[in-house]
Design a protein around this ligand. Structure first.
Ligand SMILES: [Fe+2]
Length: 349
């Protein structure tokens, strides 16, 4: 029987002392001095439907008329590197770190690695409305630069496109010096099997992982009584104040301020890996790319084989009937949550 499509190449491996003291000084200096940083939700989603398609779990249809603002949490993001290019020059040697690339190669037994995105999240005390997600995967010819997130997500869940898969790995370093929640939940045997978790605290520790093929989520963090920011908006932003504080602002108006000790930070380093020169060339020379027409034909064949009627899409990237047939044909989401880290549901009453 074919393996479940959402099972990683290897279980996550816990890693300590991920960055040297010098590297940490460089990374935190970027976060502290180069802001303001915008909400993750503002960078990746334009509606509640888009959020729910990626991280909505099994029961979100119970909510009536959800709005994206219902799911906002004070979780902000910035990029240190992307597209194989370092964006913050002070982090040049970290982005091209042999150590990080070797770790990711080793997880796949691969010969070559190319840095992908290197980003950070900073999070004020927050609930976690993330019911479990996997990071946007890539295929040769189709990736986050030319394909909407909903389609990448369905392609991954279908398991129909492995031939074109661009394999990846991530090293995620966390900083959360508290044992009040704040862990990492993951579903290493697929979303129908029980989850596992790494509990906080984290001090420059985290995981080597294959998060494009594994459901996972960051848990709620920070003191429980501080976990909502009443005036948080889609365009709120955060910046460092002095040596140890962080201010969230709506335009010029400061709406909340936090000390370092209540924040949770992560650095998320990703790379693509290749087994050999032939595979590396196939990717960079585009000799075996997947395209949208081929992907649609593969989906319609598969659905027909399963006796599911599928409308012929005129505009497959946006045809709502097509989106909804695919979304339900390949639906999957985590079935259970750790007792220590239940799922938060927004209070929209
Ligand atoms: Fe993720």
């Amino acid at each position: 029987m074919k393996e479940h499509p959402m099972i990683p190449a290897a279980r996550p491996r816990f890693v300590e002392d991920i960055y040297t003291p010098d590297e940490q000084a460089v990374l935190f200096d970027i976060i502290r001095t180069r802001g303001p940083w915008r909400l993750i939700a503002a960078q990746h989603f334009s509606s509640a439907e888009e959020f729910l398609a990626v991280a909505g779990g099994r029961n979100h249809t119970r909510m009536s008329a959800p709005a994206l603002s219902d799911f906002l949490t004070p979780t902000f993001r910035g990029y240190i590197g992307n597209y194989g290019t370092v964006l913050e020059q002070s982090a040049h040697d970290i982005y091209y770190s042999r150590r990080l690339l070797d770790m990711i190669k080793s997880m796949h037994g691969a010969s070559y690695a190319v840095p992908n995105s290197f980003l950070f999240n900073l999070r004020a005390p927050a609930h976690s409305f993330d019911a479990g997600h996997f990071d946007s995967p890539s295929w040769r010819g189709m990736d986050k630069f030319n394909t909407p997130t909903w389609l990448l997500s369905v392609m991954a869940k279908s398991g129909l496109f492995d031939r074109w898969e661009l394999r990846s790995g991530q090293v995620i370093a966390y900083y959360y010096d508290s044992d009040v929640d704040g862990g990492f939940t993951y579903w290493p045997e697929g979303p129908d099997a029980p989850p596992a978790r790494y509990p906080a605290p984290f001090r420059n520790s985290g995981i080597l992982t294959h998060n494009e093929k594994m459901f996972h989520r960051g848990e709620a963090s920070g003191p429980r009584h501080m976990r909502s920011v009443p005036d948080l908006q889609l365009d709120s932003a955060i910046h460092g104040v002095g040596d140890s504080e962080w201010a969230i602002c709506n335009g010029d108006e400061e709406i909340a301020r936090y000390h370092d000790r209540h924040m949770r930070f992560l650095f998320h380093y990703g790379a693509f890996v290749f087994d050999d020169m032939a595979e590396l060339r196939r990717y960079f020379e585009h000799t075996d790319d997947l395209d949208l027409d081929t992907a649609v034909a593969i989906f319609t064949d598969d659905l027909r084989g399963r006796g599911i009627r599928c409308p012929e899409p005129t505009d497959p990237l946006h045809d709502r009937d097509f989106v909804s047939v695919l979304n339900s044909a390949y639906a999957m989401a985590p079935a259970e949550y750790p007792a220590e880290a239940p799922l938060d549901v927004p209070n929209t009453a």
